[in-house]
Design a protein around this ligand. Structure first.
Ligand code: MLT
Length: 242
């Protein structure tokens, strides 16, 4: 039986995907999910995603060995150990650590997905790994897949749309049934693939990140299939998966 693959454009739509009991892949290519994937690939023990700064400070107050990480307006909030730049999450910095992470849109999409049985974290960096694992589980458990794009501050974002297409492109094409929006993502990715980073850099969020001095984060986040991991969000924590 074919697996239905759908996409959602905004973080808030994660709730509907969870209510449909779909397997969810949360994407925030710039930069939350790229940061999560990089941290776990570099040996972080777990990531605890939270929506608000208040929750993040509270969890850290109870666990002094946790790293406090994330952004508001793209920059590291006061008192935080790490920002939201994947390049900060080196092996030396994160190995063996639990990280409390709060970002503007990405951790909101995660929080709204939490009731789904299977929630994976996707990015360009692990597109193939997450596509294959999601397809395998959805196929075995007769579930649909919803790829939830976090968007940018409640609005559609180009990089997440193209990233959804990258993930779909790595699923067995003969065995999936795409919604119109999923197919549009795939077509956009195919169009952008040969010059992926240049296309992603045209998005409004990229332009903002470049202004803030984070151009290297965009270049890094566009590296397709760099990591073979499938981070999974379960019981409030994201761990590496296989
Ligand atoms: C978000 O979650 O809104 C983003 O990761 C923002 C950012 O690029 O820092």
């Amino acid at each position: 039986m074919d697996v239905n693959v759908k996409t959602e454009f905004l973080a808030k739509n994660a709730r509907e995907a969870a209510e449909r009991e779909d397997l969810i892949i949360v994407i925030d290519a710039l930069r939350c999910c790229s940061t999560i994937v990089t941290a776990l690939a570099n040996g972080a023990k777990a990531i605890i995603p939270v929506k608000t700064l208040r929750e993040a400070y509270k969890i850290r107050a109870m666990n002094s060995d946790y790293l406090l990480a994330g952004e508001r307006g793209g920059v590291k909030p006061r008192g935080f150990d790490l920002g939201n730049s994947p390049l900060e999450y080196t092996r030396e910095r994160v190995r063996g650590k639990t990280i409390v992470l709060t970002t503007t849109s990405g951790t909101t999409a995660l929080a709204l997905s939490k009731d789904s049985k299977h929630v994976f974290i996707g990015s360009f960096l692990n597109a193939k790994a997450v596509a294959e694992k999601a397809f395998e589980i959805a196929s075995a458990e007769h579930m649909d897949i919803s790829i939830v794009q976090s968007g940018t501050k409640g609005k559609f974002s180009l990089e997440d749309f193209i990233c959804a297409g990258a993930i779909i492109s790595r699923m067995p094409q003969k065995h999936i049934e795409m919604s119109d929006s999923a197919l549009a993502s795939l077509l956009a990715f195919k169009h952008a693939e040969t010059d992926l980073c240049a296309t992603v850099m045209k998005s409004s969020h990229s332009r903002k990140l470049i202004e803030l001095g984070f151009k290297k984060d965009i270049e890094f986040s566009c590296r397709l299939d760099l990591f073979q991991i499938t981070p999974i969000y379960r019981e409030g924590k994201i761990v590496k998966g296989t």
